[in-house]
Unconditional design. Structure first.
Length: 218
């Protein structure tokens, strides 16, 4: 099966389909991407997807694995100590999630289990090892770092898909949008820090969480 690429036709393969779904995820952040929509984008019949992927979940896993590989490749170009390199990697995960929200939003429930995902695990473990961790402390730190990054980046992506906030795609959607009609005089600390709390956004939470975990590692 061939796909249209400009004025020529190219043989459709798994990589081309992953390219297409990631491009659609960027261009149509709130759209539900189906095999039919992918077929339209590639200029082929939707049934062609099933020759390469059993179902949408398998394709989504492949796309998530590609995002993991991209995050590692970008982080590998960063110089500095273990913390600078790890922070760059984790920040890139969040950025890619916000750039491809309809894919990244599935990251909390679908495990890619591919070379990109394993490369991400290796990168995190290597940086934590560089920090001096080994054995059980290394595994615990990996669990904290990867678990937080996955959960929070997927949550921010879901906010984009849900369309909550015009600036959601850059992670600036409010963490707390309002306290509603609650009388804050009954909650003195919330009342004291009200403006500061309302100024927190998704990426602020992400950076703060990563910083807290890496502070404990250091």
């Amino acid at each position: 099966m061939a796909a249209k690429t400009g004025n020529r036709r190219a043989r459709l393969d798994r990589s081309m389909i992953v390219d297409a779904i990631l491009q659609l995820a960027r261009d149509e952040p709130r759209a539900r991407i189906t095999f039919k929509r992918l077929g339209q984008a590639l200029g082929v019949d939707a049934t062609a997807m099933y020759r390469h992927f059993r179902n949408k979940d398998e394709l989504t896993r492949a796309a998530l694995d590609r995002l993991s590989a991209m995050a590692v490749a970008d982080a590998e170009t960063v110089t500095g100590d273990w913390r600078e390199r790890l922070e760059a990697h984790l920040l890139r995960i969040a950025e890619l999630s916000l750039e491809h929200p309809s894919i990244a939003a599935e990251g909390a429930i679908l495990d890619p289990v591919g070379p990109g995902d394993v490369a991400g695990d290796e990168f995190v473990l290597a940086r934590l090892s560089d920090a001096g961790l080994a054995g059980a402390p290394l595994v615990r730190a990996y669990a904290a770092v990867s678990g937080f990054a996955l959960a929070q980046s997927a949550a921010m992506a879901q906010e984009v898909v849900a369309g909550r906030g015009a600036a959601a795609r850059d992670g600036s959607i409010p963490w707390i949008s309002t306290f509603g009609s609650v009388d804050l005089t009954d909650y003195p600390l919330v009342n004291e820090y009200r403006e500061a709390l309302l100024s927190i956004d998704g990426m602020t939470v992400y950076r703060a969480g990563i910083a807290a975990i890496l502070d404990s590692v250091a």
